[in-house]
Every structure is written in C-alpha cells, then in structure tokens.
Write a protein that binds this ligand. Structure first.
Ligand code: MN
Length: 313
C-alpha cells in the first residue's frame, strides 16, 4: 500500500522533535501522509531516526471503517527497487497484484512480503465490502550486496503464535524464544506483534546487537516504563538485555528490531538505493515502461507516474 509522498526526499522528512521517556526510550510522533486515497500515519523515516535495523519505512493505516460503497485504499501500479514491502493486516482485506503475476488477498493475521530486489511493480486495493481497514506496512532495506536480488512475492498465513503472561505473540520476522518466522529476510531482523485482550506484562530477551522500536497499533502500552499513546514510535536503541512491555486490555503493539544498517540509504519515492544514479535510472525505466518492472495484469486503471526528481540529472 505504499506510495510515499511524491517528491519528498526521505532526507527531509520528519517534523516533531523526539520526546525522552523513561528507561532510555525516545518517543517519536508520526506524521500524516496520503496513500491511495487514505490518510495514514508515517512513523519512519524521520529526521531524527532514519531506520531501526533494516526497517526503513513504517506506515500505520487505519483503523478506518469503510462504508459499503467506499473505495477504501486504491493504490495503482507503481514500482519498487532495493527493498521488501512487509504488509501486516489487522482488519479488512486488501488485494495485492504484481508484475510477476501474483494475485493475493491478504486478510487479518496474514503477512505479505514482496521482495522488490532489482525491480517489481504492484497494485494494492481494498476489497469491496471488506468493511474496514487497519494495517501496518513497512519496508525492509535490502543490504547493498543483495539489493538487486530476483524479485519475489510471499504470502504467510501461518506464523509462529504463542501466549505468554496474558499476551498473544505472533512472530512475523526473525527469531524469538526458540521459534523462527518463515519470512525470508536478508539481514538479522525481528518483527513481533503483541496483543493482549485482558492486559498483560511481558519480558522478552533482547539481542544486544539489535536496535529496537515499538510501533503502537491499538490501545495503550508501556515500553520500559514509558507510556505510548496514539500514533507513536518508541525507539529503544541497542545494547539491551531484555525488553519489558506492559499492555493494557485491548492493546496491540509491533516490536521491531534489527542490526543497525551501517550504511546510508538514499530513499526517493518508492525506491531504496545508495546513489542518485541508480534512482534516476529506475525512474527513467519506470517512465519508459521498461520490462525491468513489467506490467501488473488485471488492474483496470492507470499506473502511477513518477514525480519529478529532486535533483538535476
Ligand atoms: Mn508499494
């Protein structure tokens, strides 16, 4: 569902200053962005925080009720390079179509992972009559050495799930408590959704080499004693032995982690790269209808044109 703001280079994003919470936690507010006809909250990247591990982009869509005749989210075909799109569905249904020919409806509790690698195009549309939309969509930057891997698409309906101290855990990427998510990622990462119908407190072992963040999806959560409300991202930094989260009844939070990237990304529009030249070339090829990206079959509308580049070529 990603269609970042047109001409905004990622380097100029982010408005609010971080707030310091307890336990070395930094709180970042999101900002509104428009994607496919819906207003959502963008939590990454921000000026003060470019990424958490390889997680370089984070949107929180909804929750929003959609009337019977509402179009919901309608994102026409658009290209990606150098990243994986990671879509976690909480409520509603979205149809994904891509230029490899995949056609997949994603439902609550399911994950779509699209590896763009050297190039792919996709479209995302709310399914008519699905009633609501609530989802998180993130991007994972591919490491430089793997940035041009073959594109692929994976849908995961079965993920490791367990219950601990009143908290329902779903492992979306990486490893936790001896379990491993089936998700194919290219750098050490974690994505763990925690949900508590009646409230609960959980202590998770942390990897000292990871930096962590927590994205609040519903309700109210305390992370290391710092309270998160509304559309906030809590950044926990690295070198932690464990992470403690207190979930109020009905709360839902997405814990993200990963080894710090250690390289500077250049993000523009739907592309993740390192050099202006590769972004400029990807844009030129999309505009020229190059087979690098291909066509998204079955979408009855126009594809998204690329905005002008923010630099001279
Ligand atoms: Mn996209």
């Amino acid at each position: 569902m990603t269609q970042p703001d047109a001409a905004t280079p990622a380097g100029s994003t982010g408005a609010a200053r971080p707030q310091q919470g307890a336990g070395g936690v930094e709180l970042l507010a999101g900002r509104s962005a428009e994607v496919g006809g819906l207003t959502l909250q963008r939590l990454l990247p921000q000026r003060g925080r470019r990424s958490i591990g390889a997680w370089c982009f984070a949107d929180h869509a909804g929750p929003v009720a959609l009337g019977a005749d509402a179009a919901g989210m309608q994102v026409p075909p658009h290209p990606h390079i150098g990243l994986q799109t990671f879509t976690w569905m909480i409520c509603g249904e979205v149809l994904h179509r891509d230029s490899l020919g995949h056609r997949q409806v994603i439902r609550p509790g399911e994950l779509n992972l699209m590896t763009a690698g050297r190039g792919i195009a996709h479209a995302e549309q709310s399914v008519a009559g699905s009633g609501a939309l609530h989802a998180a969509q993130l991007w994972i930057a591919l490491p430089a050495a793997q940035r041009a891997v073959e594109p692929r698409f994976d849908h995961h309906a079965e993920l490791p799930r367990w219950r601990e101290a009143g908290v329902e855990c779903t492992l979306l990427a990486g490893e936790c408590g001896g379990l491993r998510a089936p998700t194919r990622v290219y750098s050490p990462l974690l994505a763990l959704e925690l949900r508590s119908p009646d409230g609960g407190r959980i202590r998770l072992p942390a990897d000292r080499g990871f930096e962590y963040g927590a994205m609040l999806l519903e309700g109210r959560v305390e992370v290391q004693g710092t309270s998160l409300t509304g559309r906030q991202l809590a950044c926990l930094g690295a070198a932690r032995e464990r992470i403690e989260l207190q979930l109020e009844a009905g709360a839902r939070v997405l814990l993200l982690g990963g080894e710090p990237l250690g390289e500077q990304l250049l993000m523009w529009w739907n592309f993740v790269g390192r050099e202006r030249e590769e972004i400029t070339e990807a844009r030129r090829q999309w505009e020229a209808g190059s087979p690098r990206f291909g066509e998204v079959p079955g979408f009855g509308g126009h594809r998204l044109p690329a905005p002008p580049l923010p630099w001279r070529v």
